[in-house]
Design a protein around this ligand. Sequence first.
Ligand code: NAD
Length: 469
Amino acid sequence: MYINGVWSGVSDRKEHAVMNPANGVAVDSIPLSTLDDCVNAVDSAAGAFESWSRTAPRDRSDLLYEAWRSLNARSDELAELIVAENGKTIADASAEVTYALDFLRWFAEEAVRIRGDYRLSPRGDKRIIVDRVPVGPALLIAPWNYPAAMITRKLGPALAAGCTMVIKPALETPLTAREIVRTFDELGAPDGVINLVTPGNAGPAVDRMLATGEIRKLSFTGSTAVGRILLRSTAEHVVKTSMELGGNAPFLVLEGASIEEAVEGAIQAKLRNGGAACTAANRLYVHRSCAAEFTERLAERISTLRVGSGVERINTVGALVSDAEVHKVRELIDQGVRQGANVVFQTEIPKRGAFMNITLLNGINSENVLTKKEIFGPVFPIVEFDDEVEAVRLANMTEYGLVAYVFGDEQAAMRVGHKLQVGMVGINRGVVSDAAAPFGGVKESGIGREGSFEGIDEYLQTKYLAISV
Ligand code: NAD
């Protein structure tokens, strides 16, 4: 916990043990923030806002560059910490660190490119000066699946824009957030600009922080269910919000697609982070003409993969974040099977730890629960389709709209991609995330964009000055 430049340890607060999901051993302990701590953190961010918002953009940029350099020099250490508290493999954690640090570098570059403009009134009675100013103290709430990237994707643009902030990481993975904040502290970020709180019960703590009326921006990444609650509570003070919510990504293999590329794309789109990614391919729609070959080759490919401890490089899929997450995934598979799904292949898993078998299923119809719910584990449900119109209809048959993947000849894949109701489309590729690209969803997958030029806009507001001529 870090409030107004002061770190608090576990000695004077209730303690929370952060567990390694691969072996059930405690990694470290953190103090649980009280409601008063949370309010103090907001006061501290509000108190620091005026002076931070007036710092030279070049100074803000330099701080972000220095943090990028410093964390880059310790990237292996950071990746190991992510493995310990989250359970993902070291390869996934290293990829996450690279992605996470890209946001610090990108927004160091964007800090000095905030543009306003100058307009003429058509009546000729005034000059219109349009300024872009920081929105105010921000509350940044992150999930556990990307302990570094979901912090830097918010902290980077907030700092660059001139906002101060209170960060609330997930209780499962607060240690990576602590390392990132510690780096900014060591580099001399002024007191109160960045605050970190770890309340035991997020709902009441966030309500209290919003009730102060000081928070002018809420950036949330997490489930759609919690996003809905936060949209309601931020309405009270008309807070500007960014919502990066759940996904249910369709993965389409069109007639004539390269099966080899589609299989590799599916592995990437599904197994990154063990399937615990909002961008994970959730349901695979495969043209009937190639479904048998695709299924067979995917099963063969999966049979070469291993599930196990994230620290051993031989494993492709690590632990899920908790036993509860494994239980949720198993329940979904059981329900899917009761609704007619057929398990084609399942990998072995270690006897102990929060591990989930990579599972391939077919015989699924469009009503099966495995096509409706966000699975968040290494599960591949295959649904067959007959033509492009049906594929687009099935892919769009969800309240979510984050990302889709389309494999096929480029013209057909682009044609289909344009018809999908999502914020992002991977054409013949299983990864879309990039700090330079606008990340975000449509429908119930969210509001707003993170990363790219759009990312900093989320922390700015427009102010217009009318000047008489
Ligand atoms: P979650 O919604 O349970 O929790 C996310 C964060 O919200 C955590 O910090 C949690 O402590 C906090 N929280 C929980 N209840 C709250 C409340 N009532 N008020 C305020 N804060 C509250 O989600 P999760 O299980 O940690 O993460 C998985 C979800 O996140 C998935 O649905 C996934 O798709 C989504 N996600 C989305 C993106 C994206 O960019 N769209 C990225 C990563 C994860």
